[in-house]
Structures are given as C-alpha cells and as structure tokens.
Design a binder for this molecule. Sequence first.
Ligand SMILES: *[C@@H]1O[C@H](CO)[C@@H](O)[C@H](O)[C@H]1NC(C)=O
Ligand SMILES: *[C@@H]1O[C@H](CO)[C@@H](O)[C@H](O)[C@H]1NC(C)=O
Ligand SMILES: *[C@@H]1O[C@H](CO)[C@@H](O)[C@H](O)[C@H]1NC(C)=O
Length: 409
Amino acid sequence: MKGLRNFWVFAVVFLVTVGILNFVEHTQQSRPDSVQHDIHLQTTSEASGQLVLGRAGGPRKPAKQQHRADLEDERYPFRPIEDVKISVQTGHFFGGDFEGLEPNCTIGKTVINCRYGSSVDPHTADALWYHIPSMGGASSVQKYHPKQLTIAMSMESSEYYPALDNKDFMRVFDIETTYRSCSQVPIFYFDYNPNQLSKIMKPAKPFEEKKTALVYVNSNCGAKSGRSDIMRQVLGLNHPTIPTHSYGNCDRNMEVNGHFDKVELISGYKFCVAMENSITKDYITEKLWQALEAGCVPVYMGPHNIAEFLPDPEAIIDYNKLGSPEALMKELERLASDKAAYEAKLSWKSRRLEQQSADFQAKVVGSAERQPHTRCQLCRVVLKNRYRPQNFTTCLWNETWTRDYHVKA
Ligand SMILES: *[C@@H]1O[C@H](CO)[C@@H](O)[C@H](O)[C@H]1NC(C)=O
Ligand SMILES: *[C@@H]1O[C@H](CO)[C@@H](O)[C@H](O)[C@H]1NC(C)=O
Ligand SMILES: *[C@@H]1O[C@H](CO)[C@@H](O)[C@H](O)[C@H]1NC(C)=O
C-alpha cells in the first residue's frame, strides 16, 4: 500500500499545481480506496462473489469468461520467466508506482519480471510509457526499434487535456490506458475489484436516520461542467423541506471544523451531490463511488453512458435527465415523501452480484483480468504482443467506441 500512498501524495501535488482541484477538496478525496492501483489480490470473479455476497460460489457467467481468458493465455509459448521492460518517458504523479519491479505479476504459469522506470533504457525497452497530462499537448514520440510499443496514460479528462481527442497527437500511440473503456488496459477510478465492491455494498443508514436534505461538498468552484452554477441556483431556491447543506468552498453554509471524513459526513443524508468537473464519455470519478459507498442517493451529473458503470441504472438521480434545479427539487421532494420509492434507489445494495446490471457484471470480469494491478496487465499485453504482434489502435480509432463519443446528455 506504500505505492498507493505515494500515488496520492503525488496526485495531490500534481492536481494542485495544475489548479484543477484545490487542496481542501483533494485532501477529502485522498482516501486511498478511490483509486487502487495496488490491489494485491489474485482475484477471480468467484472470489468477488464470495466477498460481496457472503456466500459460496460466484456468478456463473463471469466465472466462465475468466476461464476462457486463462485458456487463451495458455496457448502462448511463454517461457517460465519472461522479462518485460517499460521505459517511463514523462514525469508523472504516481511516485514509486511506476518505478521498479512490479510485485507478483504472472500470466498463466509464467512469472513476468515486469519492470517500469525512467532508468529503463529506451533503446532496448519493450514499450515507452507516456503520461499525457505531463506532455503539454506536443508529442515528440519516437520509437527506438520497430517492435517497440508506445503507451498513453491519463486519468484526467479530455475536456481538460484535449490532446486526448487530437488524432494527430494520439496516432503515435499503440496502447491506451485511460478512464476510457476502449483502452486496452482501462484505469478506472473504481476498479470493480472485491475490496471496492464490498465497500459500495455496505448497507445504507436507515431512511429515518438520514437528514432530509441535500449535502454538497465541492471545492473546485470553476469546473468546466458548470456544477457550481447549477448548485448556486439550487441553493437560491431555498427549498422549504429539502435544504441544501454546503460544506465545501463553493457557497458554504455549514460550519466546518478542520478536516472531516467526506463519506461519513454524506452517509447521514438522504441525498448528496456528485457532479463531475467535466462531462465526457466514460469520465466517472471517485465522487460517484463515494456517494454509493455512503448510501446517500447521488444527484449525479456525468457522461451520457453512466448507466454502463452502475450496478443499477436507478441507483442515481440523473441531473442531466431532470435538466433544471426546479425539476431536481421536485424529484427530491417526491422521493423524500415516499419511503418505498426512495429505498428502491438503494435496493441494488441488497442484491447479489449476478442480479446487478449485465454491464456492471462485465466490468467485474474485466477487473479480474487487470489484477493484481493495471501495471501488470500492461506488461501482459506487451508480452503477448512479442509472441503475436498486433496492429494496436487507441480509442479515437475504435469505431464502436467513437460512435456515441460526442453525444451530450
Ligand atoms: C506477493 O504475493 C505473496 C504471496 O501471495 C504475498 O505474500 C505478498 O504480500 C505479495 N507481495 C505484494 C507486494 O503484493
Ligand atoms: C472498442 O471499444 C470497446 C468499448 O466501447 C471495447 O469493448 C472494444 O474492445 C474496443 N475495440 C478494440 C479493437 O480495442
Ligand atoms: C497488421 O497490418 C499489416 C499491414 O497492414 C498486415 O500485413 C498484418 O497482417 C496485420 N496484422 C494483424 C495481426 O492484423
């Protein structure tokens, strides 16, 4: 977990530097479970089934798919030990996570010496690794040998880093590892691994114990998505039965004594605000997952395809569908006065994994392939390519993915 801590320390420094989020908000978000690059669990979907559901056996369909992936790996003539070297070409905020030998990286029965670092010689490296937000939008990417692969990494959105949407910039990369689901190795804020699943499945506080109010914790008041303006209008409505309690820097109306645990705070409310700083397909951050963990019903504003990521499309109040502060407050009023309707929005918490949405189950299967961490999964992709070279393309060239890329909610 040391690497994880380093990640967050560097994440805070980086984000403060570029001014996306201010320090207070980020400290609140610095709970190491929102992004887990370091889950050292050799997970299978059976394991997640047991953990989440507290019962023997697991979801049948995901388990089979995982098995197929294993069989496919066995058809490669890997040696018992394989070396994969990935040369880190840019600065990045992941600290030790992208330096050194990655622990416990295997594929089938083969042990992968999966080595990352800025000291890995780029002339002989299997792949060159670039952190897109550190590149300033101008690429000077040059392969040192024809079999070398190039890797593009980002957890920041394309709205803040338009290079991600620039074909001239992106065409030099073979492999994408970003929040976009079209990545060969996606790196989501919620990794769908057993630890994280058991967190969001925690029961919510009872209806009667939660304040009938909307809780709002936001510190980046100028985000591109316009969330602060929307929330200022909500506050301006002064709703008589559903007040808005703001604890962040934007329109604060509540006392804050030092630091507080955001998840604990919002778990005491019936409704909580979870709005992304920018709206683009697949860009879903820890705000949503913190709300689902806390068991408040999130007023969510994010990408049009949010349902693909949720255990249940009904788990959120989708601001995009309501469209105005007035319509939002009317909906909150309706839910607050109808306990059954309110609880239906949390009913996914008492369902078994195989009863959650098919998309959610597929995400859990995908996560199993990335264990013990995405860095190892990148090494696996690079190693397979050594035996069976592929013509990789990144997201902008994926016709399935780009079909609805620019759909606004
Ligand atoms: C690697 O796996 C071993 C055996 O399962 C475990 O004891 C160890 O903690 C793991 N190391 C890391 C860094 O995860
Ligand atoms: C294209 O993106 C979809 C996700 O939208 C993904 O499932 C698929 O594997 C991608 N195709 C390729 C060739 O990477
Ligand atoms: C990759 O592209 C080359 C040139 O277009 C082609 O000859 C080759 O068959 C392709 N390989 C794969 C695995 O598709």
